[in-house]
Write a protein that binds this ligand. Structure first.
Ligand code: GAR
Length: 200
């Protein structure tokens, strides 16, 4: 049985699209069955539905400052859908230890830098400002420290004379779309999944 995977997004969803398209080929070792967003009305949700994947929003607003309560609501959806692996793909919300611990070893993130360099936001601008000659992206397992955790895959790109944040972001994004499906496939093939999905 292929592991059932949920993708979390907050916006555009191009990495989500790359994961879904990869998983739609018969020999891919995981199945993307759910897309979750913390915001309604984001392009990613519409795009997922067009690609034939169930997509829903679990907005944070009704939970106010109680971030864990929001995550408990998301986790209930994941359990109901028998999800076994979660891929964060442009999910722009910090997770609490509650959800991270629930999914330890089964939650991946993609980050647009060569971690451990440039965790956080504005990675392309920061790499340019620092005069770096190379930049890239990283897929890693999620731990309680933001943009940290064991690295599963990395891709480097050169920083070229005249690069802007936009040109550099586009070069990195192309690599994101390549390494994220590869890293998910490798993890899916490697982990053995207990009956019923997520660890308690
Ligand atoms: C991607 O570049 C992803 O690496 C980044 O947001 C973008 C989402 O684009 N994620 C982070 O910065 C998380 N720290 P997408 O919605 O088109 O995949």
């Amino acid at each position: 049985m292929k592991p059932r995977v949920a993708v979390f997004c907050s916006g555009r969803g191009s990495n989500m699209e790359a994961l879904i398209r990869a998983s739609q080929s018969a020999d891919y070792p995981a199945e993307i069955v759910l897309v979750v967003s913390n915001k309604a009305d984001v392009p990613a949700l519409e795009l997922a539905r067009k690609l034939g994947v169930k997509a829903l929003a679990v907005p944070a607003k009704p939970f106010g400052k109680d971030r864990e309560a929001h995550e408990r609501a998301i986790d209930a959806v994941l359990v109901a859908e028998k999800i076994e692996i979660v891929c964060l793909a442009g999910y722009m919300r910090l997770l609490t230890p509650y959800l991270v611990r629930r999914w330890t070893g089964r939650m991946l993130n993609i980050h647009p830098s060569l971690l451990p360099k440039y965790p956080g936001l504005d990675t392309h601008a920061r790499a340019l400002a620092a005069g770096e000659r190379k930049h890239g992206c990283t897929v890693h397992l999620v731990t309680e420290i933001m943009d940290d955790g064991p690295i599963l895959a990395q891709a480097e790109v050169p920083i070229l004379p005249g690069d802007t944040e936009e040109t550099l972001a586009a070069r990195v994004l192309e690599q994101e779309h390549r390494i994220y499906p590869e890293a998910l496939a490798a993890l899916s093939a490697r982990i053995s999944l207990p009956e019923g999905g997520a660890k308690p």
